[in-house]
Design a protein around this ligand. Structure first.
Ligand SMILES: C[S@@+](CC[C@H](N)C(=O)[O-])C[C@H]1O[C@@H](n2cnc3c(N)ncnc32)[C@H](O)[C@@H]1O
Length: 387
């Protein structure tokens, strides 16, 4: 049961609960790109943990759990890597009373699932835990100092319990194309103006990260608490498809990429390939970010060009960029599909476009550099608290 402590905090997520419950939230990008990506990286990290010492069960503490989306993520991640039948003990923490009330109702029939209303900046339960999870950028609500302090608290608990644990830190990327107007700021007023049920949202101060600084913060906090980090990886999620590519609130000149990509999945809808091209003016950024976008934009456009040419359209862009292996065979796959489908119907809408979406997604997930160039930057670390 939840512990309804007085937390003296305005419930900023009260009006967002319906968004998290709404089926409209789950568009094609969410299920085919975002959930699959998170599931893959979390699944692979759990698999590595298994190989190191195979815990009997998985005790998960989900920071900023909302209505318990992290539980679904871990269940899917376990399925994805074939670790069925693991016992899960899930403990969700959130400072929104409303979110926790809805979460408790939603999961009331599932054993070993508990929630607590708590502000994780000040209070971290100290029971042994295998996965300190977060998803949906809860750490971005915190200032950098608060995140550093929270990490120290987590590492202290890991040390006290002498566990080998995974820590997943999910934050907003500093250099997303969605907010080029904010690239010079690391904490700025962010509005969730994309809520599925159209509720009005006030802006909240959010912190965005470039991975080298997050890496340094993680190492310093671990050192402070005498914990060893045996593995630390960063991942960029949603480089082209963050929800603010549709609102264009912080970059009004980009095409609404998320909507355009969703339209690739809609049978019978014809999508304008021109709208898909990467054509963003990017401001000054550290050179790894600049170099990434230069290369990535060419590869992205190459795939769009190949699909357009297959449909007899010419796009006036540079040709012949080499693609990563996972995204290299679009033309061949389209030819195979054409040969094996005699009754083409609307071949472009029903075959070319969803296949292009699949390859763009593969490109995004295989080329992501883990720098902070997407909507979300995910850090996954394995921490050894044993002496
Ligand atoms: C965008 S939601 C993500 C919810 C959920 N993890 C998901 O992915 O569906 C962020 C959540 O973090 C919670 N949160 C923000 N700051 C927090 C804090 N200091 N302590 C506890 N929860 C916090 C909010 O109340 C909100 O439910």
């Amino acid at each position: 049961m939840s512990n309804f402590m007085a937390i003296g905090n305005q419930d900023r997520y009260k009006s967002a609960v319906n968004h998290y419950l709404s089926p409209k939230r789950k568009d094609s990008v969410k299920s085919e790109w975002e959930e699959l990506f998170s599931c893959t990286v979390i699944g692979q990290a759990i698999q590595k943990l298994e190989q190191t010492y195979s815990p009997k069960s998985l005790r998960i503490m989900d920071f900023g759990c909302g209505i318990g989306g992290g539980l679904v993520l871990v269940q899917n991640a376990l399925d994805y890597v074939g670790l069925h039948g693991k016992d899960i003990y899930y403990f969700g923490l959130d400072n929104s009373l409303e979110m926790v009330k809805v979460a408790e109702k939603k999961w009331e029939d599932t054993p070993n699932v508990n929630f607590q209303v708590t502000d994780f900046r000040f209070n971290i339960p100290d029971q042994p835990t295998e996965i300190y999870l977060s998803c949906g950028v809860p750490y971005s609500h915190l200032t950098k100092e608060e995140t550093r302090h929270t990490l120290e608290n987590i590492f202290r608990v890991i040390k006290k319990n002498q566990t080998q644990s995974l820590v997943v830190i999910d934050v907003l990327g500093q250099y997303s194309i969605e907010w080029v107007s904010q690239w010079n700021h690391s904490r700025w007023p962010y509005r969730m103006s994309f809520l599925a049920e159209g509720q009005e949202q006030e802006s909240m101060m959010m912190t965005c990260y470039y991975s080298p600084e997050l890496k340094q913060m993680i190492h310093e906090a671990a050192e402070q608490e005498n914990c060893k980090i045996s593995d630390l990886e960063f991942f960029d999620r949603s480089i082209m498809v963050g929800r603010h590519t549709s609102t264009r609130e912080y970059n009004p000149v980009i095409p609404p990429y998320r909507e355009v990509i969703n339209s690739l999945y809609k049978s019978e809808d014809i999508t304008d390939f021109q709208e898909l091209l990467f054509r963003c003016e990017l401001p000054l950024a550290p050179s790894p970010v600049k170099e990434f976008f230069e290369k990535f934009s060419q590869m992205w456009n190459q795939l769009v060009l190949e699909a357009a040419e297959f449909c007899g359209e010419h796009l006036n862009i540079q040709d012949n960029i080499s693609l990563p292996e996972q995204a290299a065979e679009l033309k061949q796959e389209l030819s195979r599909l054409q040969e094996s489908n005699f009754d083409h119907g609307n071949f472009r809408a029903n075959f070319v476009e969803p296949t292009l979406a699949k390859y763009l997604c593969r490109l995004e997930s295989s080329a992501q550099p883990g720098l902070g160039v997407g909507h979300t930057l995910i850090a996954i670390l394995s921490v050894n608290g044993k002496d």
